[in-house]
Design a protein around this ligand. Structure first.
Ligand SMILES: NC(=O)c1ccc[n+]([C@@H]2O[C@H](COP(=O)([O-])OP(=O)(O)OC[C@H]3O[C@@H](n4cnc5c(N)ncnc54)[C@H](O)[C@@H]3O)[C@@H](O)[C@H]2O)c1
Length: 426
């Protein structure tokens, strides 16, 4: 490898929740090409606007970064970081189309001595067994002889203002020892937390999947027990408070498991397991439990409404994103709740200052009314606090309660597991 690599030009492929913060941080030390196929996103980024609201405008200023959707710009890059989506298909199989397309693109620009790192979450083996053959075929180069392959899982937590990219311990891996040192040198410029050198690419890939499978499964367990406790009129919150006095009790809370990480990644591992003829029964039953929760919640609300014996019901949903303080709607389980509540009798209103009407309309092609603000003159039969954005706390439970009809209910999804009917909190 040549010495010119000491100051590489870094190309970040895919400028979403993962890619953009990386591109911004690297641009403080290196020249960066931020490439995305979404031309609208590139226009916004050039204006200094991150539509995911993770990066403030000010962070864009004076950065050594070129935002582009023109692949030709990639000619100059020698260190490629691939951060494209890895969702699942409707049949729960991995949708590798984005990562394959990005790999083909990078393959076309790969030169001797370059490095390609994947940050997208994948099943173990995807980087070396699926992506690398494409890189070799298109570039006509050989791994380790000509270029280095690496994998570094991302742990960024959108909406989390404390745990920012540079403060999160990072796992790195490479196809060779020399490569690992080079990758370490580049990442250590931006990552101020620990950088852990995994023993192989497959270990690094598997570590990310394990983190998310573990979290998803633990939540599914607490979801299942809280449904049992609820039937017994036992408050799960109080049970957890008691149980957590034991030193090794793990404090997981019940709730909706959405988003494109913990709701999706377990399917990547179970897909691989199936391919190998190995059972992943436990993982899949966890997924099944988590996916049953939106229906449990909406059935409960439909039951409450059925007691009212009205011709029409007005339902207000507060928050529709997959998690709080973040505009991400992908795999939001609130959408499933809305789907289940949608019928001729129910008129559904949504108030979520974190999302734009256009993105909501794209996701929910139903007759739903999107509110820009809470109007004190509207009165609802049920108000569902579906996501606890900080702004709802600011608005306050008192004002929210004022929006209820006399016999109306506030239904806090977080409290679904704890109380018969919830009517307080925030
Ligand atoms: N968002 C998170 O919190 C998070 C955390 C850890 C890991 N991950 C993983 O990181 C990966 C990226 O996730 P994300 O949330 O940043 O996704 P995202 O959808 O926010 O961003 C991905 C970007 O890639 C672009 N893109 C798609 N195909 C492309 C191509 N061929 N070339 C260039 N750009 C392309 C899209 O236009 C989009 O802007 C996924 O594998 C995800 O599972 C995400």
């Amino acid at each position: 490898m040549s010495n010119s690599f000491s100051k590489p030009c870094i190309a970040v492929i895919g400028l979403g929740y993962v890619g953009l913060p990386l591109a911004i941080e690297f641009s403080k030390f290196f020249r960066v090409i931020g490439f995305d196929i979404n031309s609208k996103k590139i226009i916004s980024l050039k204006k200094g606007i991150d539509e995911n609201l993770e990066i403030k405008n000010i962070d864009f200023k004076k950065k050594n970064i070129l935002f582009t959707n023109n692949p030709n710009a990639l000619h100059e890059a020698s260190f490629f970081i691939i951060c494209v989506p890895t969702p699942i298909l409707p049949n729960f199989k991995p949708d590798l189309s984005y990562i394959i397309n990005a790999t083909k693109l990078v393959g076309g620009f790969l030169k001797k001595d370059d490095i390609v790192i994947y940050e997208s979450t994948v099943f173990p083996g995807c980087t070396e067994d699926i992506c690398n053959p494409i890189l070799e075929r298109i570039s006509k180069l050989k791994i380790n002889k000509d270029y280095i392959l690496g994998y570094s899982p991302e742990r960024i937590n959108p909406g989390d203002k404390k745990r920012k990219l540079t403060k999160i311990a990072k796992v790195i891996s490479a196809s060779s020892k020399v490569g690992l040192i080079k990758i370490y040198k580049i990442y250590s410029k931006v990552i101020k937390a620990k950088i852990y050198k995994a023993t192989s690419i497959k270990v690094a890939e598997a570590s990310k999947i394990l983190e998310n499978v573990q979290r998803s499964l633990n939540i599914s367990l607490i979801n299942e027990v809280s449904v049992i406790f609820k039937k017994m009129n036992i408050n799960t919150k109080e049970v957890i408070e008691a149980a957590r006095t034991k030193w090794n009790f793990m404090d997981y809370r019940p709730g909706l498991v959405g988003g494109h990480c913990i709701a999706v990644d377990p399917y990547y591992l179970s897909y691989k397991a199936k391919e190998l003829g190995v059972s992943s029964k436990l993982i899949l039953s966890g997924q099944e439990i988590n996916e049953s929760i939106p229906k449990l919640i909406s059935d409960k609300i439909l039951k409450i409404l059925s007691y009212k014996k009205r011709i029409h019901h007005k339902i207000l949903i507060l928050g529709v994103t997959f998690k709080e303080n973040c505009p991400d709607l992908r795999d939001s389980k609130v959408i499933n709740i809305i789907d289940n509540l949608s019928n001729k009798k129910n008129q559904i209103f949504i108030f979520d200052p974190w999302t734009k009407k256009e993105s909501l309309k794209k996701t929910l092609n139903k007759k739903i009314i999107f509110l820009d603000q809470l109007n004190i003159n509207s009165k609802f039969d049920v108000i569902i606090i579906a996501v606890r954005h900080k702004i709802f706390k600011k608005i306050g439970i008192k004002k929210i309660k004022n929006l209820l009809k006399k016999d109306g209910y506030i239904y806090d999804v977080k409290n679904f597991f704890h109380q018969k009917y919830s009517n307080e909190t925030l």
